[in-house]
Unconditional design. Sequence first.
Length: 291
Amino acid sequence: MGSDASPPPLFDRALWLERRRRRGLPEPGTAFLHEAALESVEDRLALVPRRFPRAGLVWPGAPLWAERLGAIEAVGAVEVAPVTAEEVLPFEAGTLDLVVSGLTLHWADDPVGLLVQMRRALKPDGLLLAPMLGGETLAELRACLAEAEAAETGGLSPRVSPMGEIRQLGALLQRAGFAMPVADSERIEASYADALALMRELRAMGEANALVARRRAPLRRAVLARAAALYAERFPAEGGRVRAGFEIVTLTGWAPGPGQPEAKRPGSAGARLADALGVPELKAGDKAGRS
């Protein structure tokens, strides 16, 4: 096989898209991760003392993205790249002041290629904000399912999508050619009646398993029962419930432009967010005021 051959797809994007269209995902009451990611975007835009007359919204993972982004005073017209089975964006090169990714970049087979398309769509010194789910997401469920399946069947199959660690995700920005790249994370903890309730909510969110290599047969009842018991024992929460952790990693970068600080050495995406946004650093717990 030639060296230019594309790797096989990781995700069954047609299935992922069909689930969203058929069920209107995320279902009402299950968009709390999108709310948190949107708040992260709003906070960052509130810090930047400039307007963004033309914005692009990439693959909004919930309907509230376009409405909320369009309601920000500093943001003008919003052009939406809808969720599709192909990873091709409709934006013309050098036409956008801002690109926001709607908490779906972790579903991309080629995240670097997608980020390159976003950079090309930006004008010089245009801003990218791309929240996505990070590697600490669902670590508890991942561990319990793997142990239960190994014990009950003697084997393993992929049950939870792989997600990048924060350093890996920050490096994607540099590979895509962004200036002043920053990746920072927020951990969100939720509680559920049990592990089965968590898995039902993941389906309602649109975050259920859509890996190409997934096992098509349903999980055996014995595997589910063992996984639920392990989860209840190891990750209890108040009131007899269980806890689940989610990590939202927000990627921030600028399309190269005149007068920008020099990029850090390759492999380093550890600049402070305040430096990347060109604003004074806030103390822990502070937030910018919104008009």
